[in-house]
Unconditional design. Structure first.
Length: 308
């Protein structure tokens, strides 16, 4: 049984014999996962996606797609992938139903199968009424829907999304989120790159962060914020008369708030509350503030840059 949908081993890409876009990266993307690949501009995300999908020739290493080498078994490997690139790429002279039918034909679907899949995608993405319109007549949000519909027209095992919600409104973004969660729950493997860190935090069960051509971390999403973040317990109090009221924890007092830094808030909180009660401190409210993935991302990428 295949465990990983995508396996990348020792992948290196050098442009113009001098610029290392990818520096011997390793990455395993489990089958059925919703996987995020995050990084600053120029970090190597698009090069990695291009290498996976066959659009970029890499210099060293190997890539396996559902057990198929994407060089020696490239016909099979590429049929297993649907790619929605960041840049829109439509033939503006054809109605969108033809755009989808042609795309299906490129992947070997028969005439009838192409028509059937096209109708399914048009309905799924709310484009049925626009089926006879050309791409230039669509709004920005509709073009983004069509882009993803093209990627899914042949019902691939793996969907790769490069900035899928760039420039779309909030309503469409949440609609796409719901749809992507649905197809992921049905078993489709999704690889996402996005500059909306909240999007990755909401959707991805696992995330790798790439910077300067290196994978600097790769973990479950919840672990990234837990290991690299900073959780604070914020307690609104009365009767704070001294600054040594809590022992064995790092804390500070800001007006009528006691702010405790902790890596294990569920264990720290009962101890802190007990100490405050023993000091006759009146507690009005308690709030636990955990680091967001965005804060962790900025911390890790800035630390990596400073190390260089």
């Amino acid at each position: 049984m295949i465990k990983n949908a995508i396996e990348i081993k020792n992948l290196k890409k050098i442009y113009d014999n001098k610029f290392e876009a990818l520096k011997s990266i390793d990455l395993d993307i489990p089958k059925g996962s919703f996987y995020g690949l995050l990084g600053p501009n120029g970090a190597g995300k698009t090069t990695t996606i291009g290498a996976i999908s066959g659009l970029v020739n890499y210099d060293i290493g190997s890539i396996s797609i559902m057990g198929h080498d994407n060089k020696s078994d490239y016909r099979i490997a590429r049929k297993l992938i649907g790619l929605s690139p960041q840049e829109l790429n439509f033939d503006v002279f054809f109605p969108i139903r033809k755009v989808l039918e042609f795309q299906a034909g490129y992947y070997g679907l028969s005439f009838n199968e192409s028509k059937e899949r096209t109708e399914i995608m048009l309905e799924q993405f709310g484009l049925t009424e626009k089926r006879n319109n050309t791409c230039r007549e669509l709004s920005g949000g509709m073009k983004r829907r069509l882009q993803i519909a093209k990627a899914l027209i042949h019902n691939p095992e793996i969907l790769i999304l490069d900035e899928p919600t760039a420039g779309v409104d909030i309503e469409l973004r949440y609609m796409l989120w719901d749809f992507l969660k649905k197809i992921n729950n049905e078993g489709k493997t999704i690889l996402l790159t996005t500059h909306y860190i909240e999007e990755a935090e909401q959707l991805c069960d696992r995330i790798a962060i790439i910077d300067n051509g290196n994978i600097i971390t790769n973990d479950k999403t919840k672990n990234l914020t837990g290991k690299n973040g900073n959780t604070q317990i914020v307690i609104d109090c009365e009767n704070i008369e001294k600054d040594n009221i809590i022992k064995n924890f790092n804390f500070k007092i800001n007006n009528n708030q006691i702010i405790v830094d902790t890596e294990a808030p569920n264990k720290t909180l009962p101890n802190v509350v007990e100490q405050l009660n023993n000091s006759n401190i009146i507690i009005n409210n308690i709030e636990i503030k955990k680091s967001t993935l965005e804060q962790v991302f900025l911390k890790l990428t800035s630390n990596y840059a400073s190390d260089k």
